[in-house]
Ligand binder design. Structure first.
Ligand code: ZN
Ligand code: ZN
Length: 316
């Protein structure tokens, strides 16, 4: 097989493994699928951290100063500083929520296959047996074949962070998606100004030149520099990441609104649906809006993630 086709085939296999993860939450993965999923995990983490760093450097040092510079080299330093502070604030929120998302994943673990001996909590009828962990686990707890552990109120496995999103870290996932959205929107605006000045006007008559294969050919034939092609490539990744973060944010917002996890949504299960405020407090805690302004690990979300009654979690 030709090398590009082999790479394509390998990438296809990697993504085919994803289906296994979502369809067989209670079955064991064979070694090849485990390997593919681990590779995707590292790829996702590298992309999230590497791309965010690259985007921050380009925005902070190149596109923002350029936007406040006139043709004769004079710079509006006050505006540059203000926008740079805003950039630092948004990127800080992104990184802090990313770290807390990872930290909260450990808190969401209910049990692992190493937790012996087996015990059964027969008094709670909504609990079920996890064959991998050999334990009875609470309602809404699911086993992640990749993390190989049972996660409280498991929503999904996030490949960009390399861990499961569950009861104790769902709010950081939502806030992380929200600040990724802001990071990308800010970088998009300043990159658009930069490319409009150095390449062709964005949404202008020659907008077709932003078409990536066209930009590649133009660079290969020497009509433009590698730098410009590189910026266009980053611009594409920026738009893709922006759209993905909007999707993740709206998707999670709907789940919180409906009091469901992704798994329950797909299965059409509405057992734990409750009123909006209770759902929000269960995910974000009492002062939910503050989480979007600054990371709030000191304010706990309500409930224990194990006891769910009549749609509400019993606050212990
Ligand atoms: Zn388990
Ligand atoms: Zn997982």
């Amino acid at each position: 097989m030709l090398p590009p086709l082999a790479v394509f085939d390998y990438v296809r296999k990697l993504f085919a493994s994803l289906e296994t993860l979502s369809n067989s939450s209670n079955s064991e993965l064979d070694q090849t699928k485990q390997f593919h999923l681990r590779a995707l995990n590292y790829l996702g983490i590298s992309y999230a951290l590497g791309y965010s760093l690259l985007l921050f450097v380009l925005t902070y040092f190149v596109t923002i100063p350029f936007a406040y510079e006139d043709g004769s080299g004079n710079r509006d330093e006050e505006s540059i500083s203000s926008i740079r502070y805003l950039t630092i604030y948004i990127y800080f929120n992104f990184i802090a929520n990313y770290v807390l998302l990872r930290y909260g994943a450990a808190k969401s673990i209910y049990c692992t296959p190493r937790d012996l001996p087996y015990y059964s909590v027969t008094t709670r009828e909504d609990w079920k047996m996890c064959k991998q962990c050999n334990q009875d686990v609470p309602a809404r707890t699911h086993h992640c074949p990749l993390c190989n552990m049972c996660v409280l109120k498991r929503d999904h496995h996030c490949f960009f962070v390399g861990c499961c999103v569950g009861f104790h870290n769902q709010r950081y996932f939502i806030c992380c998606a929200f600040h990724t959205l802001l990071c990308c929107a800010l970088s998009f605006y300043f990159m658009m100004l930069y490319l409009s000045a150095h390449y062709v006007t964005f949404l202008g008559p020659e907008f077709f030149k932003y078409f990536l294969p066209y930009a590649l050919v133009v660079w290969l034939f020497g009509s433009t520099t590698f730098g410009i092609f590189f910026y266009i490539l980053i611009f594409y990744l920026n738009i893709t990441t922006l759209l993905a973060s909007i999707f993740f944010f709206i998707w999670q917002f709907n789940l919180v609104k409906g009091g469901q996890t992704s798994y329950e949504f797909v299965k059409g299960k509405k057992t734990y649906q409750t009123n909006l405020l209770t759902s929000i407090r269960s995910v974000f805690g009492p002062f939910w809006i503050l989480n979007f302004i600054f990371p709030m690990p000191c304010i706990k979300n309500e409930g224990d993630g194990k006891t769910w009654m009549n749609g509400n979690t019993k606050y212990l």
